[in-house]
Design a protein around this ligand. Structure first.
Ligand SMILES: NC(=O)c1ccc[n+]([C@@H]2O[C@H](COP(=O)([O-])OP(=O)(O)OC[C@H]3O[C@@H](n4cnc5c(N)ncnc54)[C@H](O)[C@@H]3O)[C@@H](O)[C@H]2O)c1
Ligand SMILES: CC(C)=CCC/C(C)=C/C=C/C(C)=C/C=C/C(C)=C/C=C/C=C(C)/C=C/C=C(C)/C=C/C=C(\C)CCC=C(C)C
Length: 652
């Protein structure tokens, strides 16, 4: 007979440090039966997060304490999700010891411990939580955009509820653990994470909730390996970088200094402002009053792109291609399509505050923000999959989860992409005209094929840099799928992320979802292996001979993986201009055509990137706070500025 409560955090089993487990995998039939019995919650969870991963159930017996408990396993999912205290004596078939099988079962106990700790301390699914609480704001999603909006609102005195579909916070800036490795889900380059100036938005967001993280300075933002053996290291020291670049392009020294000099002009203007919502007129006009020159500088560059400005000063096509590569790594488009403000932000911050890596991995940022949020008296629920935004009398009033629970608040903030928010979460409403315009001007940027790898340390030459960008022979392949390769080796900075004598390689390359659809499971797996093999061969040839034979652990994610785990439409990493954009002019801010509904994240101004979404979080929190009476606002000025901004966007 089967009896069990629904998903819960176990008191024994994985929590017991001396435990030595055996696992019994259930037969397909038993698995289905258990699945049925586990009810709606787990079925939803299973469908939404695991897709075709075919989850299984097993039981664990802790040999130290003898406790029998059930585990919900998804191969490749990383760690078991636990259903504690069910008895299933008749369910065993075939014994399996931990660490004896490749894939999801090998490496889970460490991950399970850590993930459960996070969940335990901050909500654990919130079953039994009172859904009638009165919230000022509900934030859908706990990516950095959502978390910054939530924490900023909480410190202003708002009661916030964050609903996250996954089991830990962070979205694409999350982490996962396997075989003793701690992997960053996304890449490991953190802008805005220094202790200087006004643009260190990640540091400021953490400080706002009383958190400070230890960081390791990265001496080289990225090492470019480009056609015709052009090798450029972007040193932390600006003049070291300029010297290295001009040594390859001595005839363009003046142009180089002028182009990057113009970037500094913009960066310095940005850095002089207090950053808040550009949709809030009291603040915006106040900044114009206090810093007129800086604001006019920014207004002047708002509709401009980096490629046009580079062409004013630089003629050598190879150097212009290098500027394209500089922009591509932060916008996935070339310089002609990259807004000048965004380019300036990243091309200067890496020298001003420098790139700094948090000790213990990128995932620590989201974990700290989530903890800070709870410390402020707000709440975060995991495994809370929002399927609907509830609109009452034209105003966003609440959300519905896949398990049927409903939560209500004065305002709703969506950290899902604008495509997901308006295409999926708002079911009854027609897509507002402004969103239709946004979708005309911007398309979904491609997703990534990513490889997380553990390798023997000897394969890396001494003094290997942390981040690399590789485009071997043909500049025209820069923007093509699989054309260029991004590589991060965070263990160069923080060795604690891998077992002793090993390094982490996180490799990614752009890839579109269409490439991965309509494949059988076997074809899909074979394709992942094939693409990964090609990339490994390219890296062996260009950077690390013997790479293949040094691999101890490897996991390949496709755009489908990104879609599944991050709930991002087509696995996209944000918006990309359909044609040459007018700089940042066309990017929507946080308000939407639906009263009470706001968006935050990379499909809002200023776009992709952790620091960019952090800024969007700061802006969003300010605008929401003004609308719910926690910040000053002027209805008359609002009525002038918001339509003006809307009109400006139509010019893009
Ligand atoms: N340092 C780097 O280089 C780096 C690394 C990773 C990511 N990034 C950037 O981070 C940006 C994304 O940040 P973001 O904050 O906009 O989004 P995100 O995708 O990181 O987070 C969105 C979160 O919302 C959750 N979610 C989505 N739909 C939901 C629903 N219906 N119900 C509940 N939860 C839901 C997802 O599970 C996810 O946790 C990307 O643009 C990328 O450029 C940068
Ligand atoms: C409103 C009107 C009309 C007017 C007004 C004027 C004014 C005042 C204006 C102002 C403005 C402002 C403030 C703005 C701001 C902006 C910002 C802050 C921006 C930012 C941005 C950022 C970004 C974009 C970032 C990005 C990044 C990224 C994406 C990253 C990535 C990375 C990676 C991928 C890595 C690589 C790796 C390797 C190589 C390995």
């Amino acid at each position: 007979m089967l009896s069990f409560p629904l998903l819960s955090v176990p008191e024994h089993g994985f929590g017991c440090k001396t435990a030595n487990y055996t696992y019994r995998i259930l037969s397909h039939h038993q698995n289905r039966k258990l699945n049925r019995l586990l009810g709606q919650n787990i079925l939803n969870f299973n469908q939404n997060l695991l897709g075709d991963f075919n989850p299984k159930f097993a039981r664990t017996v802790c040999k130290s304490c003898g406790i029998v408990s059930g585990v919900f396993i998804a191969p490749n999912y990383g760690y078991p999700l636990k259903v504690s205290n069910f008895s299933c004596d008749k369910l065993g078939s075939g014994k399996l010891r931990a660490n004896q099988r490749k894939g999801g079962l090998t490496v889970w106990s460490k991950a399970a411990l850590n993930v459960e700790k996070v969940v335990e301390s901050e909500g654990g699914g919130g079953r039994g939580m009172n859904t009638n609480k009165d919230f000022d704001s509900i934030v859908i999603g706990s990516g950095i955009g959502g978390l910054v909006a939530a924490t900023q609102l909480a410190v202003k005195g708002a009661r916030v509820l964050v609903l996250e579909k996954y089991v830990i916070p962070g979205g694409s800036s999350g982490f996962y653990q396997r075989d003793g490795y701690t992997f960053d889900v996304g890449s490991s380059v953190m802008f805005g994470f220094s202790d200087k100036g006004n643009l260190n938005l990640i540091t400021q967001a953490l400080a706002a909730v009383g958190c400070q993280m230890q960081v390791i300075p990265d001496p080289t933002t990225v090492h470019f390996h480009l056609p015709n053996n052009l090798s450029v290291r972007v040193h932390r020291e600006y003049y070291d970088f300029i010297e290295e670049l001009t040594s390859s392009f001595p005839h363009e020294k003046e142009g180089i200094l002028k182009f990057y000099g113009e970037c500094w002009k913009i960066f310095n203007a940005l850095n002089s402002l207090e950053l808040k919502s550009l949709e809030e007129p009291l603040y915006l006009f106040g900044q114009f009053f206090q810093k007129p020159l800086e604001c006019l500088t920014l207004a002047y560059y708002l509709p401009q792109n980096a490629g046009d400005i580079a062409r004013k000063y630089i003629k050598d096509p190879r150097l212009l291609s290098f500027i394209d590569a500089e922009c591509f790594i932060v916008s996935t488009v070339n310089a002609l399509q990259t807004p000048m403000i965004n380019a300036s932000m990243v091309l200067c911050d890496r020298h001003f505050g420098g790139i700094n890596y948090p000790v213990g991995g990128i995932g620590g940022i989201a974990k700290s923000l989530a903890k800070g949020l709870v410390d402020q008296g707000s709440e975060i629920l995991y495994r809370a999959n929002v399927t609907d935004i509830i609109v009452k009398q034209g105003k966003a009033a609440g959300v519905r989860l896949s398990d049927g629970r409903e939560f209500f608040a004065k305002t709703i903030v969506s950290n899902a992409t604008r495509w997901d928010t308006f295409g999926k979460l708002l079911k009854e409403e027609a897509i507002p005209e402004e969103e239709q315009n946004f979708q005309k001007v911007y398309v979904k940027a491609p997703s990534f094929l990513s490889i997380h790898m553990g390798v023997k340390a000897e394969v890396l030459p001494p003094d290997t840099d942390c981040h690399h960008f590789v485009l071997e022979s043909d500049w025209t392949k820069l923007e093509e799928p699989y054309g260029s390769i991004f590589l991060s080796i965070p263990t160069v900075l923080d060795a604690s992320l891998a077992p002793e004598g090993h390094h982490i390689l996180h490799i990614f390359t752009t890839s579109s979802i269409e490439d991965w659809e309509k494949l059988s499971r076997a074809e899909y797996e074979a394709k992942k292996q094939l693409v990964a093999d090609e990339i490994i061969s390219r890296l062996e040839k260009k950077l690390f001979p013997g790479l293949r034979s040094s691999i101890g652990f490897m996991e390949v994610g496709s755009p489908k993986t990104h879609r599944r785990y991050l709930a991002r439409d087509e696995g996209t990493y944000g918006p990309m201009p359909r044609r040459t954009p007018k700089g940042l002019l066309g990017m929507p801010f946080n308000t939407t055509g639906i009263d009470g509904l706001y968006c935050v994240g990379d499909s809002c101004f200023p776009g992709q990137g952790v620091i960019a979404v952090a800024f969007s979080g700061v802006m969003c929190a300010h605008r929401v706070a003004a609308d719910i009476g926690l910040e000053k606002k002027s209805q008359m000025l609002d009525a002038m500025l918001l339509p003006l901004l809307r009109w400006l966007r139509t010019l893009a």
